[in-house]
Design a protein around this ligand. Structure first.
Ligand code: NAI
Length: 350
């Protein structure tokens, strides 16, 4: 399928898309700046095996626009961007990331970058050698990101339970956490402390065993999480978990998780709504890391994790309230709310 870059940019309201090729390292990448109307764009670096460059460009546009939704819903004076690097044979990645660091530096603070799929602590350190416009993973950075994300997820769960039942009442709740990695383990730990019954799963058997033993939670076979009757199903592994086939299996009342794009397609949020399952949009609930990084860069301070949780909790509350008032699926309301706010702030800027 063809992609007309300028048409796609105009359709999605993009400001700038930069195609990058580094002669020295062989790196190829796209940098998309979706919105910097009220502040710098934030977005991590995704490094992925794309079929071709069109697929990479499309992903860059999709992810950068999604970051604008995330920043505006988190009420940050910032916008969305993304760097997408093509996983190709023969690239010298250390040089490649250093090159990306110089390109980010050249933007002079219009774009701040950080981790994403394929870009971890090692790669961030390579970038940090060239620019300060990056979220550093060490003690000089904003603090732990998974901790901030987990605080938002738990706050989102509380907001959902309060909406349905008027209180969180953790000692009577059963929660299934899929993926016991950086975020999932912390979510499970917080829920155990709050008194909930927690069941967890992870395809990494050693990790699953260690976390289960430490927290005293029951382990589920990966792929059986969907079949368990529970109050909350929390996808903290991969996106796209709610799709045509999985929908009918779900036996939870609420879905709240850290994974990006939990719904395979927007229509799946409508199906959940029809089934009476409350879906808390991940674009709001997993913004804890972004909030932590953005406040650090923009205000030069480290936001306490408790305040990050409260901020995400009230953002979730506002969108769920609107969804109830308008009788619409929360994921649709989140998209609408984000687009309305983006339009409003661009208009105010004019
Ligand atoms: P992670 O890589 O530390 O943990 C993910 C865990 O899920 C791993 O232990 C992995 O073995 C497990 N897993 C993978 N596929 C699975 C499956 N099918 N069933 C069960 N377990 C499976 O990642 P992290 O940082 O905990 O993030 C979790 C999710 O949240 C990811 O999708 C990430 O993109 C998203 N996210 C994370 C943020 C952060 O601050 N770390 C911020 C926003 C989103």
């Amino acid at each position: 399928m063809e992609i007309h870059v300028l048409d796609a940019m105009a359709r999605e309201g993009f400001e700038q898309v930069i195609a990058l090729h580094d002669r020295d390292s062989g790196l190829r990448a796209f940098l998309g700046l979706h919105d910097t109307s009220v502040g710098p764009a934030f977005g991590g670096i995704r490094r992925w095996h794309y079929r071709d460059e069109r697929e990479a460009l499309r992903d860059c546009l999709r992810l950068a626009a999604a970051m604008s939704h995330k920043t505006v819903l988190a009420d940050l004076p910032a916008g969305g961007g993304k760097l997408v690097a093509l996983e190709l044979p023969g690239v010298d990645w250390e040089k490649g990331y250093a090159y990306l660091g110089r390109e980010v530096e050249r933007l002079g603070g219009r774009f701040y970058t950080g981790p994403d799929v394929g870009t971890g602590e090692r790669e961030l350190a390579w970038i940090a050698g060239e620019t300060g416009f990056v979220t550093r993973p060490d003690a000089s950075g904003p603090g732990e990101l998974p901790e901030a994300t987990a605080a938002g997820v738990v706050a989102g769960m509380e907001a959902a339970l309060c909406l349905l039942d008027g209180k969180s009442d953790w000692s009577r709740r059963k929660v299934v956490v899929q993926g016991l990695g950086g975020v999932g383990e912390r979510v499970a730990r917080a829920l155990v402390h709050a008194g909930a019954q927690v069941l967890g799963s992870d395809i990494d058997g050693n990790r699953a065993e260690r976390v289960a033993e430490e927290l005293g939670i029951e382990l589920l076979d990966p792929s059986h999480e969907l079949d368990v009757e529970c109050d909350i199903f929390s996808p903290c592994a991969l996106g796209g978990i709610v799709h045509d086939l999985s929908l009918a299996r779900l036996r939870c009342r609420i879905i709240v998780g850290a994974a990006n794009n939990i719904l395979a397609r927007p229509e799946h949020g409508d199906r959940l709504h029809e089934r009476g399952i409350l879906f808390v949009p991940d674009v709001i609930v997993n913004a804890g890391a972004l909030i932590r990084g953005a406040i650090f860069h923009l205000e030069g301070r480290r936001e306490p994790v408790r305040l990050i949780g409260e901020r995400v909790g009230s953002a979730v509350h506002a969108v769920l309230e609107r969804a109830v008032q308008e009788g619409r699926p929360p994921a649709r309301v989140a998209t609408l709310e984000a687009e309305e706010r983006l339009t409003r702030r661009r208009r105010e800027k004019e």
